[in-house]
Ligand binder design. Structure first.
Ligand code: URP
Ligand code: ZN
Ligand code: ZN
Length: 462
């Protein structure tokens, strides 16, 4: 099957070019100035992209589909979550496998890959969560690496859930990952500080507005610093997930000044929403960890993106229905997490590009090329060039629309961005040469996504 995409504006981080794209089977064969639709190649389909940007498929580098946690499971399984992403221009998601009891890490990861493979409509990668050091870790990590899982995830908090990994385990893990060239990704909130604060509020009610008090930006700062020290000591690069605050970014600056090699991710909600939402009637729908911060934190994070202190934006999509969120009115036990994968591209285009904060090339870097490079998928993913997978999005910058609960395709059934005026719309999503979404309708297939084996992160390269 040969497909030609004509007349679009092809976006790469460094350029926008008026090129046509020839897709042969699942891959891009050529990106050239003018490809004749009636020349030597017989095209089965010609798509006119006049007026559109042609973007590489978006990589949502942080999703939680079918997350079993806190006695329940997220509203989005692999299918509904990835359909929501596909309609919004996401062609690859990176999700997580939990460490599970006596299973080896490889067994846990393989089970997760098999389950994803049956349901995902977009391609996917996987990070392995590590909650404790058990068995021969070097051996287990090596097995993971050979399977194409080259990053692990750790948490400096969530003790009751069993996710917290203590300092001794952390040090061993950093050493192992450093030796093996695997990346550590980390949820950064300092548990000792949060426990100290929690004791002061023990006797009081815990409404949503208390959440940021219990989990302050200072906790993020301390955890980033602590992990950064370990990273420096063990010479193992570190990736910080969902950075939420200006204070957290200060820690990043300080560590970089000491030569620590770090990559940083933030999310649309830490860029665009504030903790004022935690005082409103719908407050519980906006609870996630770390909590929403203040307008000055939003701005510090935007500046971080502009100045390349933050390298990528992903969603931390972790969808629960309002019914699930409303089961508790105690902010400590409201199920943490919000949906967002379907809105990632229009949100960052509108608030980042259309608002003039950065250009569309920078957006492509943040949402596609950099995640591919950092997570060992480049150049198969993340770039429109000959030889890469034909994953792309036609994005219409002239189409303004309102994000609404009923435009959100996540099984959450609501979006935290309800009412947001978007300045452009993803109108077609292609995954490896197949159109999987067009004009808000899904055309892909259950199980049509493939596991992408990751190579080493570019964070390890000098
Ligand atoms: O509240 C959140 N972020 N839920 C998802 C799990 C995590 O911490 O990333
Ligand atoms: Zn997290
Ligand atoms: Zn997460």
């Amino acid at each position: 099957m040969n497909i030609l995409i004509r007349n679009g504006r092809v976006v790469r981080p460094e350029s926008i070019s008026a090129d046509d794209i020839w897709i042969a089977g699942e891959q891009i064969r050529a990106v050239e100035e003018k490809i004749d639709p009636h020349g030597d190649v017989r095209f089965d389909q010609v798509i006119d992209a006049e007026g559109m940007y042609v973007l590489p498929g978006i990589i949502d580098a942080h999703t939680h589909y079918l997350l079993h946690s806190r006695g329940t499971v997220t509203a989005d399984g692999f299918y509904s979550g990835s359909v929501a992403g596909a309609i919004g221009g996401v062609t690859t998601a990176i999700d997580f496998a939990n460490q599970e009891g006596e299973k080896s890490l490889l067994e846990a990861a393989q089970a997760r890959i098999d389950a994803s493979q049956r349901e995902m409509v977009i391609d996917f990668g996987l990070h392995q969560c590590i909650f404790s050091m058990q068995g021969d870790m070097d051996q287990q990590l090596q097995e993971l690496k050979a399977e194409g899982i080259t990053a692990v995830k750790i948490f400096t908090t969530y003790k009751p859930e069993g996710y917290f990994i203590g300092e001794k385990g952390l040090k061993e893990l950093f050493r192992s990952c450093g030796r093996l060239g695997m990346m550590i990704t980390a949820h950064c909130e300092d548990d000792p500080l949060m426990e100290e604060i929690a004791r002061k509020y023990e006797e009081e009610l815990h409404p949503p507005r208390l959440h940021p008090v219990l989990r302050p930006a200072e906790a993020e700062y301390r955890a980033v610093r602590m992990l950064g020290e370990l990273s420096r000591e063990t010479e193992t690069p570190l990736y910080i997930v969902h950075l939420s605050s200006g204070r957290g970014l200060e820690a990043v600056d300080e560590l970089r000044a000491q030569g620590v090699r770090l990559a940083v991710e933030t999310t649309p909600h830490y860029l665009m929403l504030t903790n004022e939402l935690l005082t409103g009637p719908e407050a519980r729908k906006y609870i996630m960890t770390p909590p929403l911060r203040e307008a000055k934190d939003n701005e510090a994070l935007w500046q971080g993106l502009v100045q390349d202190k933050i390298q990528l934006v992903a969603t931390d999509h972790c969808a629960f229905t309002p019914e699930q969120k409303l089961q508790s009115d105690d902010c400590r036990t409201v199920l943490p997490g919000i949906p967002g994968t379907g809105e990632l591209l229009p949100l960052i285009y509108t608030a980042g590009v259309a608002s003039g904060r950065f250009d569309i090339g920078r957006m492509v870097s943040l949402l596609s090329e950099t995640p591919a490079r950092l997570f060992g998928m480049y150049p198969r993913k993340g770039r429109l060039q000959a030889g890469s997978d034909a994953d792309l999005v036609l994005f219409d910058p002239g189409r303004s629309w309102t994000i609404r609960n009923d435009t959100c395709r996540s099984a959450a059934g609501y979006t935290p961005y309800d009412g947001f005026q978007a300045a452009g719309m993803p109108v077609l999503t292609m995954l490896r040469g197949r159109i999987i979404a067009r004009e808000g309708e899904f055309f892909g297939s259950r199980g049509g996504g493939q596991f992408v084996q990751a190579g080493p992160s570019e964070l390890f390269q000098d």
